[in-house]
Write a protein that binds this ligand. Structure first.
Ligand SMILES: *[C@@H]1O[C@H](CO)[C@@H](O)[C@H](O)[C@H]1NC(C)=O
Ligand SMILES: *[C@@H]1O[C@H](CO)[C@@H](O)[C@H](O)[C@H]1NC(C)=O
Ligand SMILES: *[C@@H]1O[C@H](CO)[C@@H](O)[C@H](O)[C@H]1NC(C)=O
Ligand SMILES: *[C@@H]1O[C@H](CO)[C@@H](O)[C@H](O)[C@H]1NC(C)=O
Length: 283
């Protein structure tokens, strides 16, 4: 009798268990950097299948955003075909922006919840981590490199958002102004469609990040004139519902999570972050 019950329950568990999770690492690292999150999910949610992509590790993480979106997006679509019940998607840092764009580009996706862990969703205007890659780069003149044909071949150039050079940003950037629907294209409708079908979007970030600049970019806030930060709900992307964030919010599907005391290079290594802010959304 006990054995039969056990069999029934384990069967139910397989049928109604946790959805698979796809993890996308950050810039200049690889899948290894996401092993703590993977391990914790498997420990706390036994039976979860976790895909931890090793695409674009190390220097190749600097390849253009669109190229990475296409390659990783193809993998993700393959995986979703094997899981018609849906999957969850989590990206860290640059990986969070890549992951979000995959949702907007592969609109047939069946991603249920999307978790953005400290990603530069509204762009980046800070050189803290960039000195590892471009040692002599100065904040004020970085635009000269990034807003050029050559600069647009790098991922960072694609989401560099200099508040003092918005005209050049809109003219040269091949990526961020489009995926945020600041500039319209024949993809604009898709860019919204892929977002509004989510069950939940969770945007995690915090004031002690020290890399994502301004840190509010992790929650779609950004600099207005004179480096004054404007929060998401006061920006056009929200007010005009350019990519569906307001739609999600109106339906209670947008979760903004602010956690103080976490440095950028700790978000994905801090088990308490996984327990408190990630696992509750991986059902
Ligand atoms: C994805 O699926 C296609 C077609 O089924 C296959 O050719 C390709 O190798 C798959 N790619 C990966 C990364 O699994
Ligand atoms: C969308 O625009 C791009 C670039 O302007 C063009 O190459 C493409 O053919 C267009 N696609 C459709 C479906 O109109
Ligand atoms: C930005 O600051 C400058 C100098 O303080 C000032 O002249 C300008 O009016 C400010 N612009 C805005 C939009 O606040
Ligand atoms: C880990 O995350 C918690 C919040 O869950 C935070 O209070 C703590 O400061 C973090 N620790 C580190 C070392 O980042």
């Amino acid at each position: 009798m006990k054995l039969i019950l056990l069999l029934i329950f384990s069967n139910l568990f397989i049928t109604f268990g946790y959805k698979p999770v796809f993890l996308m690492h950050g810039i200049m690292t690889g899948s290894i950097s996401m092993e703590i999150i993977k391990g914790r999910i498997e420990e706390k949610h036994p039976g979860t299948i976790v895909y931890n992509t090793d695409r674009f590790g190390g220097w190749s993480s600097l390849e253009s955003m669109w190229y990475q979106v296409q390659q990783i997006g193809n993998d993700l679509m393959n995986i979703t075909k094997q899981h018609p019940e849906g999957i969850h998607l989590l990206g860290y840092s640059q990986g969070a922006l890549l992951a979000r764009t995959i949702l907007q580009t592969f609109t047939d996706h069946n991603v249920h919840n999307f978790i953005s862990l400290s990603g530069p969703q509204a762009g980046q205007y800070g050189t803290n981590f960039l000195h590892l890659i471009f040692p002599d780069l100065a904040l004020k003149s970085a635009f000269e490199l990034f807003y050029s044909r050559v600069g647009q071949h790098t991922s960072v150039g694609n989401y560099w958002n200099d508040p003092y050079h918005q005209t050049l940003y809109l003219e040269y950037s091949q990526y961020l102004p489009y995926v945020n629907n600041e500039l319209k294209s024949n993809k604009s409708d898709d860019f919204k469609k892929g977002i509004v079908k989510l069950n939940k979007m969770i945007l995690i970030g915090g004031p002690d990040d020290n890399v994502i600049t301004p840190w509010e970019s992790s929650q779609f806030g950004y600099y207005g004139a004179n480096e004054t930060v404007i929060n998401l709900i006061d920006r056009d992307i929200y007010k005009e519902d350019l990519i569906g964030l307001k739609t999600l919010d109106d339906d209670g599907k947008l979760k903004i999570v602010t956690v103080p005391g976490v440095d950028h290079f700790m978000w994905h290594l801090n088990v308490s972050i996984v327990d408190n802010y990630i696992l509750p959304f991986l059902d």
